[in-house]
Design a protein around this ligand. Structure first.
Ligand SMILES: Nc1ncnc2c1ncn2[C@@H]1O[C@H](COP(=O)(O)OP(=O)(O)O)[C@@H](O)[C@H]1O
Ligand SMILES: [Mg+2]
Length: 338
């Protein structure tokens, strides 16, 4: 049986800092199948972008290092590839879009030229043909009047249109995996929904897999098949979206779900928040990283001993902290036979 399209195993990533080598991503595991959408969710600073940049081998240099683990794309470990081969993989097989397209686009070049450059990089062709392709791509990603827009500069476009240009550039070479790192965070709500719909449509048309990074579980609920919840550099819970929303096991996942706005929320009362902050890289406990913010009671060794991973069936797994694992073991969910 062929393996998954993308398989990330025990990925560890660190930064060389004034305080020494600090680990930002610690033993991250997940897999991705063709056509699947995986949501990578967690608060700011949990290591989502660092994970994504590691997959692309685009970590900030010289500080960022992949310290261990594997990133297998169709069986090939990208962490071991020579830079030249990795350059071929980027764009051809994996592409990425970012939160703020203005920083990724070159402000002094017309958007058409930037799309054409992306096309030519992977498939050299005569300029008039490349221009036609750029216009087609712009039309495909829903940019109105593409024949005119192709001659405009990034600042002449709205945030939503700029993100569409970035998507056109990312998809110009039909990647197998698209990583979208908070692609709608900088946009207003209606435009957010349009961009998410666009990604869904393009995914259906191309069969590509998507890793959608977001701090917003609401976005995950609407868009993703599976979700991996990340906290302080580790995946704390993972599973099919429906499973995670109906039976969240980790107190962090429960906290995130609890913070989602609800229709019956009384007006003018504050939304619930998870008190406290994600620990900094210097202050990571060896054990459960969420313990200092967790509403449950903990024995002291929870902070000092890494808590075991538990598979709960149906693809659902969790870092089973002792604060709730005992209850899990003694109270099987009647809806789950595994
Ligand atoms: N260049 C860097 N040098 C040192 N630490 C970094 C660097 N980039 C990111 N980090 C740290 O790595 C952690 C994860 O960051 P990041 O992946 O950007 O979080 P997220 O995308 O989940 O908001 C944070 O603690 C952040 O401060
Ligand atoms: Mg980020």
């Amino acid at each position: 049986m062929p393996g998954p399209l993308l398989e990330v195993r025990d990925l560890r990533v660190g930064f060389q800092t004034d305080h020494g080598l600090l680990t930002a991503v610690d033993d991250v595991d997940f897999t991705l199948e063709p056509g699947q959408t995986l949501g990578l969710v967690g608060e700011s600073g949990c290591g989502k972008s660092v994970t994504a940049l590691s997959l692309m081998r685009l970590l900030p240099q010289p500080a960022g290092h992949i310290l261990g683990g594997e990133v297998r794309l169709e069986g090939r470990d990208l962490t071991k590839l020579p830079i030249e081969e990795m350059r071929q993989i980027r764009g051809n097989d994996i592409a990425m879009i970012f939160q703020e397209p203005m920083t990724a686009l070159n402000p002094v070049h017309r958007v058409g030229r930037q799309i054409i450059e992306a096309i030519q990089l992977h498939e050299p062709m005569p300029p008039d043909k490349a221009l036609r392709r750029a216009v087609e791509l712009m039309e495909w990603v829903g940019i109105p009047a593409p024949e005119q827009r192709v001659n405009e500069y990034p600042h002449q476009l709205s945030g939503g249109m700029r993100q569409r240009v970035m998507i056109a550039i990312a998809l110009s070479c039909h990647p197998k995996v698209l990583i979208a790192d908070e692609p709608t965070t900088a946009l207003d709500v209606t435009v957010q929904a349009q961009i998410l719909d666009l990604i869904k449509r393009l995914q259906k048309e191309t069969g590509m897999a998507v890793i959608l990074i977001t701090h917003d579980l609401g976005v995950v609920a609407e868009t993703c098949d599976d979700v991996a919840v990340m906290y302080a550099g580790r995946i704390t819970e993972r599973g099919p979206v429906r499973e995670i929303f109906t039976r969240p096991l980790h107190p962090y996942t429960q906290g995130l779900i609890n913070c989602l706005p609800k229709l019956d929320h009384p007006p003018k009362t504050p939304l619930p928040v998870i008190p406290g902050m994600v620990p900094g890289l210097k202050d990571m406990p060896a054990g459960c990283r969420f313990a200092s913010r967790c509403p449950n009671n903990h024995s002291a060794d929870v902070l000092t001993t890494r808590q075991p991973w538990k598979d709960c069936g149906s693809g659902h797994g969790v870092e089973a902290c002792a604060c709730f694992a005992t209850a899990l073991a003694t109270k099987p969910d009647p809806t789950h036979s595994s």
